[in-house]
Write a protein that binds this ligand. Structure first.
Ligand SMILES: O=C(O)CCC(=O)C(=O)O
Length: 252
């Protein structure tokens, strides 16, 4: 009882704004149009997972789903990624380039449905998001060690970068593959909303990068805070779903 109470506290920032949002959400259920987002109620997935959203923000639509993947699945993704890690990149003229002013982590690109576990995770994400598998980019695993971080940025494409894409990134599902203690940093931060999420193994952070009219939502600005201690790691994976069929090679 005490343990689960503490873990809930870790999920949700102690800051008053979040507390207020959660309170308001409980008292006045969110009425925002979420037609292009996963359903706001519990989702029963085909593999019998019952995912219960914790709503962190109605606009942009940000939710946390505990136990999106199992411990074994998290271990498997980390094992696949370990030998493939390279400096993480950001997009410049349609190409992924390393830029340590912004992003100092490492990334491993998985292949689409490369094995049954990866395929099961992709299909679970599709079921949750109500999307077609061919709208999804290949999963990218990210790894941070001490001092590594990703400054606040958008997942959607803007300005020049749009020219190099045939679709926009609509849904982000950031799945935490290990737990990072609060005192060790590594939070995902939405600075315009004052929302912080501490990584908890197996949990998936969902947010919709587009608003209900399909326009990009600047409130989705987010980043990964630095890891603060020697020997501490953060592992996560990005599952991005486009607003149309994904045709490009994986880039960022
Ligand atoms: O590491 C995080 O918490 C955020 C990662 C992120 O924003 C990204 O990889 O695009």
């Amino acid at each position: 009882m005490e343990k689960s109470h503490n873990s809930n506290i870790r999920f949700i920032s102690k800051l008053s704004l979040i507390t207020l949002l959660i309170f308001l959400n409980a008292v006045f259920p969110v009425t925002a149009d979420v037609s292009s987002s996963p359903t706001a109620s519990n989702v029963q997935l085909s593999d019998n997972k019952d995912l219960i959203p914790i709503v962190l923000s109605p606009n942009p639509d940000i939710r946390l789903y505990k136990n999106f993947i199992s411990e074994e699945e998290a271990k498997h993704l980390i094992a696949l990624a370990k030998s493939r890690l390279k400096s993480s990149t950001v997009l410049k003229y349609g190409q992924g380039v390393a830029d340590d002013k912004w992003r100092t982590s490492t990334t491993a690109f998985l292949y689409k449905s490369e094995d049954p576990i990866v395929k099961a995770i992709e299909e679970r994400a599709c079921k949750l998001l109500g999307c077609n598998l061919n709208y999804m980019e290949p999963i990218q695993v990210v790894h941070y060690s001490k001092g590594q971080r990703f400054l606040p940025h958008y997942d959607y494409f803007t300005g020049e970068e749009l020219k190099y894409q045939t679709s926009q990134r609509q849904h982000t599902l950031l799945v935490y593959l290990n737990e990072v203690k609060e005192e060790h940093g590594g939070m995902t931060l939405f600075p315009k909303l004052n929302v912080h999420i501490q990584p908890v193994k197996g949990a998936a952070l969902y947010f919709n990068n587009l608003d209900k009219d399909g326009k990009v939502n600047p409130l989705t600005l987010h980043g990964g805070e630095p890891i603060l201690a020697d020997g501490v790691e953060k592992w996560a994976c990005n599952i991005w779903v486009r607003n149309n069929v994904y045709t490009e090679a994986p880039q960022k």
